[in-house]
Ligand binder design. Structure first.
Ligand code: NAP
Length: 291
């Protein structure tokens, strides 16, 4: 790592809680790999303090920040300008400080698409996708998949109202992508959806190390042979959901690739330099396997 001096530029992540964030390790690995004069730190910022913290970004000339739970939505109205990626995803995960003007971006969705290519060799074009959940990441991922030409997206959720709201959003933004919703309790409906899905994505927190909910019951065998299964979760690296899919012969990917790629895209927005995604991914794997 370069010695910190008066010319060192600051990057950071804001969130609440923040102590488990892997972003400092991942970004400092990229900075070290390139020998850049930057440092990336983590700050515990409560939602009520986000406006003040973003004021600090302007006042101190911090080059850019990532935002994580629960700040991604609140930032929509606090930045000076929204890039299309953030407006579409309805969330800001990356803020770029352009001479005191804060531009809100979202790199999570593009990160997922990049990971899909790298980990599964899949491009969204023509894909029939089923997404479990209808929260923030379901929105971001579905908007990106639809933008890149997915043939259809079905939101399978316990809260049908949220799923229907996402269906309307996709139909408005990308009418050529057939969007629909199904309740997780509608076994028959869900079975039909699985039978015509090329890609099944878990976008719920069920299966995370810190989550104690019962697994969502999925009849994986209904998926066509050759279908792929993705989990946005990266801790643990292999969720019960992915294990079950693998046991039935489906190719799978976890959330590490999405995390590494969203970070790499943010890094490029801040510095103008494409970082080594593999170095970032490796630093994540090191953290996750160290526990
Ligand atoms: P979110 O906005 O809170 O949405 C979570 C969704 O999961 C909601 O639709 C929620 O339903 C549903 N859900 C929660 N518990 C459930 C259960 N027991 N059964 C059925 N549905 C359930 O969260 P998010 O921001 O989308 O994040 C979701 C997951 O994605 C997290 O595990 C997060 O770590 C992961 N993620 C990963 C990355 C990455 O880079 N790899 C990036 C972003 C997020 P209700 O609406 O009914 O509550």
């Amino acid at each position: 790592m370069k010695l910190i001096s008066t010319s060192t530029r600051l990057l950071a992540v804001f969130g609440d809680p923040i102590e488990h964030s892997l972003s400092p390790a991942m970004h400092n690995a990229a900075i070290a790999d390139l020998g850049l004069d930057y440092v990336y730190l983590a700050f515990h910022v409560r939602e009520s303090q986000l406006a003040a913290a973003l004021g600090g970004v302007r006042a101190l000339g911090i080059a850019g920040v990532n935002l994580t739970i629960p700040l991604k939505q609140s930032a929509l109205s606090l930045v000076d300008e929204l890039a299309e990626s953030a407006a579409g995803a309805g969330a800001v995960n990356t803020v770029v400080n352009e001479s005191g003007r804060l531009i809100g971006h979202n790199t999570d969705s593009e990160g997922f698409v990049a990971s899909l290519r790298e980990d599964l060799g899949l491009t969204p074009s023509g894909l029939r996708v089923c997404i479990l959940g209808a929260g923030g990441s379901a929105r971001g991922v579905s908007v990106a998949l639809a933008r890149y030409g997915a043939a259809s997206v079905v939101f399978a959720a316990r809260n049908l109202e949220r799923a229907e709201a996402l269906t309307e959003l996709i139909s408005r933004l990308r009418p050529e992508c057939a969007a629909s919703a199904v309740s997780l309790t509608d076994r028959h409906g869900l079975r039909r959806v699985l039978e015509s899905s090329d890609l099944l994505i878990n976008s719920t927190p069920v299966g995370m190390t810190t989550n104690t909910d019962d697994p969502i019951e999925i009849e994986f065998e209904r998926l066509p042979a050759g279908a792929c299964v993705a989990d946005l979760i990266y801790n643990p690296l292999k969720t019960v959901f992915l294990r079950q899919a693998e046991m039935r012969g489906y190719r799978t990917m976890n959330g590490v690739g999405m995390l590494a790629h969203q970070g790499a895209l943010a890094f490029e927005l801040w510095t103008g330099i494409k970082p080594n995604v593999q170095a970032m991914r490796q630093s994540l794997l090191d953290c996750l396997t160290r526990g």
